[in-house]
Write a protein that binds this ligand. Sequence first.
Ligand SMILES: NC(=O)c1ccc[n+]([C@@H]2O[C@H](COP(=O)([O-])OP(=O)(O)OC[C@H]3O[C@@H](n4cnc5c(N)ncnc54)[C@H](O)[C@@H]3O)[C@@H](O)[C@H]2O)c1
Ligand SMILES: [Zn+2]
Ligand SMILES: [Zn+2]
Length: 362
Amino acid sequence: MQAAVMRANNVPLEIEEVAIDDPGPGEVLVKTAASGVCHSDLTVIEGGLPVPPPSILGHEPAGVVEAVGAGVTDFSPGDHVIGCLSSWCGVCKFCTGGRPYLCLTQFAGRPEGAAPRLTAANGDPILQFGNLSSFAEKMLSPERSLVKIRDDMPLDRACLIGCGVTTGLGAALNTVNIPAGASVAIIGCGGVGLAALQGARIVGAGQIIAVDAQAWKFNLAQKLGATHCVDASDVDPVAAVQEITGGGADFVFECIGLVSTVQQAVAMTGRGGTSVLVGVVPITQKVEISAADLTLQEKKITGSFMGSNRFRFDMPKYIDFYLDGRLHLDEMISSRLPLAEVNDAFDRMRRGEAARQVIVFE
Ligand SMILES: NC(=O)c1ccc[n+]([C@@H]2O[C@H](COP(=O)([O-])OP(=O)(O)OC[C@H]3O[C@@H](n4cnc5c(N)ncnc54)[C@H](O)[C@@H]3O)[C@@H](O)[C@H]2O)c1
Ligand SMILES: [Zn+2]
Ligand SMILES: [Zn+2]
């Protein structure tokens, strides 16, 4: 099969012929139909998350089951599925405690000594990213990395739910509890931020303030539910949000992953409010914040990982939201492209020229 292989950090992905193994026990072979391009893939390419090359990125997929391994009972060939990084074991304390997205073994891969799932033309193993690696014509995944979805859901939109939508929407619906009428600011209107924004709209937030440095995003943000837009390239976003909300927002979602915007998020959170850190700051960087600001104004900060998902429960619900007209996905897709153009997608992402880009397979 064709796949885009990361051979080294900070260089373009290479389109190569790669071998994919047959499904082992508990595994499912999926023909990839579409894969969204998430900023976390770019963070990996730039060395900000530890996924060593050679590896195949892509973790926002939808596709069709081609074959299943021994013992697989949840899927059959022909099923439409979404893949998710949040593979769960079902027995660790996080799984049994109701937070499977924190599962201790979610990135474990095949057992020690087993053949690799992915192999280069020269026979060398290629690392699979998060049990998915969707920048490839096929994926070989544990059944607990997949969820079956309705056949009437278009796969080129379903894929967005695999990461960005679940991350943003889940941050608003699962990680925190936003009362109707609360003020919400979203910093960063990429795929993740626009999904958090829609989550705020769906739960009935009051003011919904979209902050971005690319003013062209605001038309889209307003269509998706923003009541106010703040151009961070033009004004001080902290002062602007404080002004709009009368002292700071009740909830602020940082959906970029920069040190400076995390600091802005905490600063524009109002008294008693909550800053939700969704963006992934490169692991080599630290963020300085005022502890007194947190104490004296009783602000809370929480991380939000993969939208605090229970994806087999959440994703079919999000698809119903889309098909009922409550979750807008068509508008979030700024372009569809073939796998061969994946590097162009990352260039557009670096320049801030894209909303969500989707790789579609024949
Ligand atoms: N927490 C999780 O589980 C999780 C899951 C997926 C993605 N992420 C992270 O979420 C973040 C967003 O991902 P995405 O795919 O939506 O990214 P994206 O690149 O599509 O969007 C980022 C947005 O931020 C804007 N921006 C950049 N710098 C800015 C600045 N200084 N001020 C204001 N706006 C600015 C860009 O214009 C763009 O609209 C990334 O850090 C990604 O790694 C986290
Ligand atoms: Zn992602
Ligand atoms: Zn577990």
